[in-house]
Write a protein that binds this ligand. Structure first.
Ligand code: ADP
Length: 487
């Protein structure tokens, strides 16, 4: 079987290598988290397929790298246009595959995929550059040269969006790409491969090897033919990848986990604070950026909790294809068990589970209730480990110093949310937080010009705008002397 029907859309289950579809002798089973239904048997790649894909990407590299930037940009824009034309198909397949809300895929996520390509095309043509500067009459000229083959390893929580957040700048920079999508969500990468072909991207410039992390993923990151590795996923996997990359000294960019604080200051607008807090359940909590640790000033705890409970009580859990649904299932049974395990252990240790805390009995399957753990024991697992499910904790503080100690007191540093009615107060807190992104009185506003990434164990490097080009390109400085010229 080389193609499966998902939500009425045919999806090729093979790899995409050198512009061709290639099967593997073995496969892995893909199911939908919505109802555990069978979606298809997917090609299970390993070292052989990775070799083929890296070889194809290496062959395509001189062609794509020599393509003038304006032409590269035009191809990226054609990809964006095709994504726009296929939003319905991409959104429906992604929802079947990872269980995230169809309405979000249609309105936000898939349009964002197209935007990723338009943005990096525009940056390549209109913004990439650095003014020349002089050193004792010598001119320094900085340029961004294509570096080679980028190996991309991506997660399942926003499969196509997060992949294209890497694919678009890598291609814009003139690199060619081998993508290994997450095995729980392999489908939209395959649909996307078809679009790159239709957009006229040269064969081999973009390749997809499907497979399991420790097989295809491990073979890819250990491959000596890569010039870059970009990975979004968990801290333990990043460590494994870093070890593999070390043998070839392949530069890595890592976007990893978080346990971000959500700080409600005493002067906050509590309705706003509660609305933003409830948004931390988005994507059933499967968002690395989520502000999962609510830290609220003790003087407003009761009032805030009341507003939070009211708004959380309005959330509807159910089938992610239903436009009325706010919270869908967890992505996979293994992940569901992981999330449930965290909450079960917290309960066994005597934690106060103030809301939810159990599988949704009415829905069954992989639906876990939105959960709030009140006043967790300091240092306990529930308040230090990344859960990646609809599980928030709430703690109180009396002073700014206490809030900052709690906020900064983890091994992570990805994001933070501050809710305050006082600009100076918010500024004083934000300036002392350790986080790559801080949202003040808002959440999830993202501009691709901004740097994106994490401090501490939340990541290595930054993506976005010039930071992405700095990573995917070989940045070069040419120094031209004023002397030695024959004219
Ligand atoms: P999670 O545990 O939440 O699934 P991972 O970080 O393990 O997160 O997975 C993210 C991506 O990393 C997936 O595409 C997965 O296949 C890949 N992956 C897992 N293990 C490895 C590995 N050893 N080498 C390369 N990629 C891997």
């Amino acid at each position: 079987m080389t193609s499966v029907d998902v939500a009425g859309i045919p999806v090729d289950t093979r790899h995409y290598i050198g512009g061709e579809r290639i099967a593997s002798a073995s496969t892995f089973t893909n199911t939908s988290p919505i109802d555990s239904s069978f979606l298809g048997e997917i090609a299970r790649g390993g070292a052989v397929e990775v070799d083929l894909a890296v070889e194809a990407a290496r062959r395509a590299f001189p062609i794509w790298a020599a393509t003038p930037p304006a032409e590269r940009a035009a191809t990226l824009i054609r990809i964006a246009d095709l994504v726009d034309e296929n939003i319905e198909a991409l959104a429906n397949v992604e929802t079947m595959d990872n269980g995230a809300l169809l309405r979000s895929h249609l309105r936000g996520v898939m349009p964002r995929v197209a935007h990723n390509f338009r943005f990096f095309a525009d940056w390549l043509v209109n913004h990439l550059g650095h003014p020349d500067f002089e050193t004792r009459g010598h001119v320094n000229h900085v340029s961004w040269d294509p570096s080679g083959v980028a190996g991309l390893i991506t997660p399942w929580n926003a499969p196509l969006m997060l992949s294209t957040w890497k694919i678009a700048p890598a291609l814009a920079a003139g690199d060619t790409v081998v993508l290994k999508p997450a095995e729980w969500t392999p489908l939209t990468a395959s649909l996307f491969a078809d679009l790159t072909k239709r957009a006229g991207l040269p064969d081999g410039a973009f390749n997809v090897v499907q497979g399991i992390g420790r097989e295809a993923g491990a073979a890819l990151v250990a491959h000596p033919g890569l010039s870059r590795i970009s990975f979004t996923g968990s801290v333990p996997t990043a460590k494994t990848i870093a070890r593999a990359a070390a043998d070839n000294l392949t530069p890595c960019s890592f976007e990893l986990g978080g346990k971000s604080p959500f700080i409600v200051l005493a002067d906050a607008d509590l309705e706003l604070a509660a609305s933003l807090a409830v948004e931390q359940y988005d994507n059933a909590g499967q968002v690395c950026l989520s502000g999962t640790r609510i830290l609220v000033h003790e003087s407003i705890e009761a009032e805030f909790t009341e507003a939070f409970r009211r708004k959380a009580g309005e959330l509807r859990q159910g089938d992610p294809r239903d436009p009325e649904t706010d919270i869908g299932p967890q992505v996979h049974a293994t992940h569901f068990d992981r999330v449930k395990g965290f909450v079960d252990r917290a309960r066994a240790e005597g934690a106060d589970i103030a809301m939810g805390g159990r599988p949704n009995a009415e829905l069954g399957g992989l639906y876990f209730q939105p959960t709030l753990v009140h006043d967790p024991a300091p240092g306990s697992e529930i308040v230090t480990a990344e859960i990646f499910g609809p599980v928030l904790t709430m703690q109180t503080f009396a002073t700014d110093e206490q809030a900052l100690d709690l906020a900064n007191g983890t091994e992570f540093g990805l994001a933070a949310v501050v809710v305050s009615g006082d600009r100076q107060h918010a500024e004083s807190i934000s300036s002392r937080l350790v986080a790559g992104t801080i949202w003040v009185n808002c959440f999830f506003v993202r501009d691709l010009r901004a740097p994106f990434g994490g401090s501490r164990k939340s990541g290595v490097g930054r993506e976005g705008g010039t930071w992405s080009f700095d990573f995917y390109a070989d940045v070069k400085n040419t120094v031209v002397a004023p002397h030695g010229w024959k004219e």
